[in-house]
Design a binder for this molecule. Sequence first.
Ligand SMILES: [Zn+2]
Ligand SMILES: [Zn+2]
Ligand SMILES: [Zn+2]
Ligand SMILES: [Zn+2]
Ligand SMILES: [Zn+2]
Length: 312
Amino acid sequence: MNEDITLNPQNPSEGMAERQREELTLTRDAEPQMRQQMQIQYANGIQCPHCGTMNDPEAIYCASCGNPIGKTACPNCGAEVDPDADFCESCRRYIKFDVCSFCGARLSGSDAFCPECGSPRGGIVCPVCHTLNDFSFCKQCGTALTDEARELLEKVHELPAFKELQRLATSVQQLEQSIPYASDRDLLKDQRNIKLRERVLTLLAEDRGIAHPEIPEPENKRLSKEEYDARKKERLEQIAAILDKMVQPPHPSPAQVRNYAMACRPQGVRLAWECNFKHALHSSPCGCAKPQLGGKWIIFGKDVKKEIKDDL
Ligand SMILES: [Zn+2]
Ligand SMILES: [Zn+2]
Ligand SMILES: [Zn+2]
Ligand SMILES: [Zn+2]
Ligand SMILES: [Zn+2]
């Protein structure tokens, strides 16, 4: 990039040095002009990135289209937050005190419980893992905490796509609990065990008067390292394909997106939620400031370059 070239004093190429000088001159010439432009922009206010309207420099919402354009301070820790964010990613607290975090209904100053869904304003303690939650599903263990959440969970679990997703996730979990052959000695030992099993089963059958019994294949045949890797890769790809189809679309209510995403999460594989806000990875949409922009679950494995932002 340009910056790297101009900043690097030991540039070996002559042509590069020439270009460097040119660029430096260009930058120097452009500088006062740019500063001037910025001042004009500042004096006139801020331009809305959504509709182009110039707004008051202190505006938080666009006067024309109503989209958020400025920043506000988190009422809890003071960190800079988007005005339409209901969760602060710095102090990890719910910050829209006039909106029910569980269902999105409007709250008045004195309500201790939401008049719409009956949830307590102070949060719900998960009966399974005892984590205090501001949202309808436990961010730690995924338990549905409200009646609405339990109903949604039942509905999503009836979807054929979710059933297939859960079946695959369980099969990956079972696969991970099995131990593939590590060496030829392992293989020999296993073959000896299979022969022993056949002999015992044959003897037992003969005791019952069956001369040539049919011995069923062992149910969980051990896999070689290659078979194990190939099967796991295949399963994870199938899971990723279903997760791609079950994306959580944008919705004006952040509560709706959080709840739907949490209901779609299968048990058994490690997932991260990738938001459309900053394309950050969260351990769940409960850790995102603006889930209303939508997002999706992705498999969190060693191939994922990004770190989870808010590991619990
Ligand atoms: Zn606008
Ligand atoms: Zn905060
Ligand atoms: Zn509510
Ligand atoms: Zn829990
Ligand atoms: Zn996010």
